[in-house]
Every structure is written in structure tokens, then in C-alpha cells.
Design a protein. Structure first.
Length: 396
């Protein structure tokens, strides 16, 4: 897919009109399309591929979800509402999208509060207390007894949130698209949006199939967002997910270890591990994070070399996790899109007040996607809902 040049305002005419056009039907676009259709809006949605797919930011089966969101108290209502929505959508589609078995976060003891990551357990405890959410802190010794697969260091503290868990990412997208389609949304897969413009005071979405005029447009283009807006502000990075063979998969049961995240001072030391197996992959899913090498969906290397696997195992897995072998049964390459402060960007398009852009595809967006989709759909229908102003551009 080539990069469309989309920020020029041009006059266009449109053959079809809709209440709401949604550009990108991944985690956020699927949620917007589903919620807007449920509100009775006439919705048309476009995606270059057929989500869920493996080319953006929402694949690799599972995502961590936490109600005590240490990234900031303003996220809590979105995570809470998303949990409710995933239960509703799961009930409507006969699937279990949310497994709230609890989750663990691990950080150094005594980290200073101005550390971005190192104080994550303390930050999360503060948010949990303010939101009246259960959150317990375990010493390294206590944690090693309860979770022997996690080699927690003596200088580390573990936070456990019983209401945290795992959301089935690909399935959640598919379920919301299914309901949107059943509700009458016009979902156009394999249809790339190549331009945004205006006609008669309304936004126009240009695709290879023709132009659509809409009262409102939501652009939820994930890692393709920089071709639509804020290219100077958004950085796309390559992230790798590994599944390593377990000596005894039973000890990684997700109802025992749903997920654990190591958040030390340096992002190089970040490690996430999930319970297993979820979707039949006979391995334990682990991932790190990196923000140094920027890329694009077109340029990214989607292969993972044996050296990359071996290095990750030796540096990240072996010192922290017991019972995993160096044998990697599967890998996936996924994309983050981050702002400088790692918080979301949800605001009007710089040149189109009736186009809302949602770039929430940093490493912590999925858990809020269902509720942010609902908030954007309600906004398009003229109703106020959860407060999106913390994600506006004017904070930079
Ligand atoms: C490895 C990894 C781990 C993560 N872990 C977590 C986690 O544990 N917890 C958490 O909360 N979050 C996590 N995240 C973040 C979360 O997954 C993302 O925030 C979220 O999935 C982003 O969704 P999106 O809708 O913005 O992007 P996507 O789901 O990628 O959707 C964008 C869609 O737009 C379409 N598109 C783009 N351009 C066009 C165009 N011109 N025309 C038509 N269609 C277009 C694409 O085809 C794509 O389908 C993680 C992300 C990654 C990569």
C-alpha cells in the first residue's frame, strides 16, 4: 500500500453520503463502526486489508488490560468501560473476549517518582487507591512462592491487580466488525482511502471505489496515521513478539499467570509475558519494547532472524523466566505509533474540524479501544460522553 498524500484540502464531489465514515477498521475503527451503527448512524467503513490482520498494531492474539492504569488516572474510565463492552460484545457473539484473571506488574523497589517506568508499581497503586480498585503489593520473596516461573529480583516489588487480565485482540476486532455489519454498516474491506477533501462544507473520503461524503469522519489508521495527519509528531517503531516453548505449559495457565510486565527504569529492560496457551500456539508469548529504530508499515522488516530470537532469549527471557526453552515456536512483528509523551492523540484533523483522528497505538492503547470507539461514535451522534480532552494536541 503506497502512502497517500492526504492533508491537502481539495474540492471534490461525492456520489454517496453517510453520517459517519471510518477510515481504518482495526482496534479503534472497528469499535467506532460498531458503536455508531448501534446508535443508528449510517456508517461506512474502509480498510485496505480485512481486519483482523497481521500488518498493523492489533495482532498476536492477546493484549494486557488493567483497570488501575498507572499511565494516568484519566485512562481509568476508558479501561473500565471497555471491560463492560467486551463482556457485552462477547455475550452477543458467543465468545469470551475478556479474561480478567488478574495481572502482575514488576518494578524496582524504591524507584524515584520522577522515573517514567521505574515507579510503575507506585504509580499504579496511587491510581488504584484513587479509583477504589483492589491492588496488592508483594515482596520478591512472596511473589517467587506464588509465581515461581517469574524470577523476580530481590530489588523488585510486584503489584497484583485482580481485575486486570487479557483481552483477545483479533477476536475483539472481528466481533465488533461482525456486529457492525449485522447492524447495517457498509464495511469495505480491501478499500484504501487515498484522499480527504471537502465538498459543500462537508468532509469527503476518496477511495479507489469513488468518493463518499460524510457528516463526520473518524481516521483510525494506526501505523498509517502519519500519512493522514501529525506526521511530525508520530513515530512508528517495529516491535517483535516471540512465543517460546515451555518445559511444562500447564504451569503457565492463564488463570494462574494472566500476564506479568517488568517495567524497570530503562525501556531496554521492559518485558511482558502472557499465560498460555490461548489460541493453541504451543508456547509462551513474551515481548520487549524498543523506541530507537523508527520505520513505517511499508518499510518494516516483518521477518525475525534466528540471531534476534537468540539474543532476546539470552538477554530477556533466561534471566527473568524459568521453564522456557530457547526454542521459539512463533514470532510476530507489530507496530507501535507513539507521540513524544507516549499518550494518545485524539483530536480534530488539523485541516478538517469535522474529521476526528485517533492515534492511540502506542503499547497501551488496546485496553481503551472499545470505550474510546464508543466515545467517538457518541460524539459523531451529537452526544457527550467520556472526556477526550486529555488526548488533545494542545497539551504538546
Ligand atoms: C506488540 C504490541 C503489543 C501491545 N500490547 C498491548 C497491551 O498489552 N495492551 C494494550 O492496551 N495495548 C497494547 N498494544 C497497543 C494496541 O495494540 C494498539 O494501541 C492498538 O491495537 C492500535 O489499534 P489501531 O486501531 O490504532 O491500529 P490497527 O488495529 O493497526 O488499525 C489500523 C487500520 O487502518 C487501516 N488503514 C490504514 N491506512 C488506511 C487507508 N489509507 N485506507 C484504509 N485503511 C487504512 C489498516 O489496514 C489497519 O487495519 C500493543 C501493540 C503492539 C504492537
Amino acid at each position: 500500500m503506497s502512502l497517500p498524500q492526504l492533508t491537502t484540502i481539495v474540492a471534490m464531489s461525492a456520489a454517496k453520503t453517510a453520517d459517519l465514515a471510518v477510515v481504518g477498521l482495526g482496534a479503534f475503527g472497528a469499535a467506532v463502526a460498531y458503536q455508531a451503527t448501534a446508535l443508528g448512524l449510517d456508517v461506512v467503513g474502509f480498510d485496505s486489508y480485512h481486519p483482523p490482520h497481521d500488518f498493523g498494531s492489533s495482532h498476536a492474539e492477546t493484549r494486557v488490560t488493567r483497570l488501575a492504569v498507572g499511565e494516568g488516572a484519566h485512562y481509568v474510565p476508558f479501561a473500565q468501560r471497555s471491560h463492560e463492552i467486551w463482556r457485552e460484545v462477547g455475550a452477543a457473539t458467543g465468545s469470551v473476549l475478556l479474561h480478567d484473571y488478574g495481572g502482575l506488574i514488576i518494578a524496582p523497589t524504591g524507584a524515584s517518582s520522577d522515573e517514567r517506568w521505574g515507579s510503575f508499581v507506585d504509580d499504579t497503586a496511587t491510581v488504584a487507591a484513587a479509583a477504589d480498585l483492589d491492588f496488592e503489593q508483594l515482596s520478591a520473596a512472596e511473589s517467587r512462592v506464588r509465581f515461581p516461573n517469574l524470577l523476580v529480583g530481590d530489588d523488585e516489588v510486584v503489584g497484583r491487580e485482580p481485575t486486570a487480565g487479557t483481552v483477545m485482540a483479533d477476536e475483539a476486532i472481528a466481533a465488533q466488525l461482525h456486529l457492525a455489519n449485522d447492524g447495517g454498516a457498509d464495511l469495505r474491506f480491501g478499500s484504501t482511502v487515498t484522499g480527504l477533501g471537502r465538498s459543500e462544507g462537508r468532509p469527503i473520503v476518496r477511495t479507489s471505489d469513488g468518493d463518499i461524503a460524510a457528516r463526520h469522519v473518524v481516521v483510525a489508521a494506526g501505523a498509517w496515521a502519519p500519512s493522514f495527519h501529525d506526521s511530525e509528531r508520530l513515530r512508528v517503531t517495529r516491535q517483535v513478539v516471540f512465543w517460546f516453548e515451555a518445559e511444562n505449559l500447564e504451569t503457565w495457565r492463564p488463570d494462574h499467570v494472566s500476564f506479568a510486565i517488568w517495567a524497570r527504569e530503562s525501556i531496554d529492560e521492559y518485558l511482558g509475558v502472557f499465560g498460555a496457551p490461548w489460541g493453541g500456539i504451543p508456547g509462551v508469548k513474551v515481548l520487549g519494547e524498543q523506541f530507537v529504530d523508527t520505520t513505517s508499515p511499508e518499510a518494516v522488516d516483518r521477518t525475525v532472524s534466528p540471531t534476534e530470537i537468540a539474543t532476546f532469549y539470552e538477554r530477556m527471557v533466561e534471566p527473568r523466566l524459568s521453564g522456557l526453552t530457547p526454542h521459539c515456536v512463533k514470532t510476530a512483528v507489530c507496530l507501535y505509533t507513539n507521540t513524544d509523551d507516549d499518550h494518545f492523540l485524539i483530536d480534530a484533523h488539523p485541516q478538517h474540524p469535522d474529521v476526528t483522528v485517533v492515534s492511540a497505538c502506542s503499547g497501551h492503547g488496546f485496553k481503551h479501544s472499545a470505550a474510546i470507539g464508543e466515545a467517538l461514535a457518541r460524539r459523531a451522534a451529537g452526544h457527550d460522553h467520556l472526556d477526550l480532552t486529555p488526548f488533545h494536541r494542545d497539551r504538546f
